[in-house]
Ligand binder design. Structure first.
Ligand code: GRF
Length: 222
């Protein structure tokens, strides 16, 4: 890749992870070019965050399209105006079709709030509490056709606190997401981390297990 890694961020909501990317670029720890923020919801607060940071925004509302494939084609056509090297899903609450994933093969990142492969899907925090797990966290992974099933890159984990609510746990997990997601994306932008043959490669070697970082109760890196 010549020049900085052109990155499109896809959001549906508050965009705190988007904000973490914006802040990391501002502080000089992340060297991606944040080219465009695309939302499928016109009222997503992340659009305001992007505008405040001077990043172009675009909105494609899924409700206006007959089906997933048509919506995905519209999203890809719009994103391709920026010729992105990398797509970062930052709370983008749409399942992507196979055609879309193929179009950007190996160039889409997601963050999922669980220690994958445990707890793909929704309501992860409550499910972790219900199961009485001792650890919870979040996983940055490459996106494949399988929902939350693509090869992992980096996991941040923290201890579950006895008696805490799902909202409290979610807030603590978000604190670590804001640290690990820009970090993993930086590795991809640098070419240290790659997706090849359906697997994650780190520093030129296959890595079937993610790098795991452990955080304390308050989300500080240990
Ligand atoms: C994050 O918690 C992430 O794990 C999930 O969606 C959430 C997005 O939050 N994929 P935000 O919009 O970045 O605040």
């Amino acid at each position: 890749m010549s020049g900085r890694c052109k990155t499109a961020l896809l959001i549906s909501g508050s965009g705190t992870n988007l904000q973490a990317f914006i802040d990391a670029v501002r502080h000089g720890s992340l060297h991606l070019e944040l080219s465009v923020v695309l939302s499928n919801k016109a009222d997503a607060f992340g659009i305001v965050r992007a505008r405040n940071a001077g990043i172009p925004t675009t909105c494609i509302e899924h409700g206006r399209y007959a089906d997933r494939a048509t919506f995905d084609r519209a999203v890809a056509a719009k994103l391709d105006e920026w010729q992105p090297d990398l797509l970062v899903l930052a709370g983008f609450m749409r399942i992507l079709s196979a055609g879309f994933v193929d179009h950007y093969a190996g160039r889409i990142l997601n963050i999922h709030p669980a220690l994958l492969p445990a707890y793909p899907g929704l309501d992860t925090h409550q499910r972790v509490l219900d199961a009485g797990d001792k650890w919870h966290g979040s996983t940055v992974h490459f996106v494949t056709e399988e929902l939350d099933g693509g090869p992992p890159i980096l996991q941040g984990r923290l201890p579950v606190v006895s008696g805490e609510s799902s909202a409290q746990l979610a807030a603590r997990v978000q604190t670590i997401e804001h640290q690990i997601y820009p970090e993993a994306a930086e590795w991809v932008g640098e070419g240290r981390v790659e997706f090849r043959d359906g697997r994650t490669w780190i520093d030129g070697a296959v890595a079937d297990e993610p790098i795991v970082q452990t955080f304390g109760r308050e989300g500080t890196r240990l």
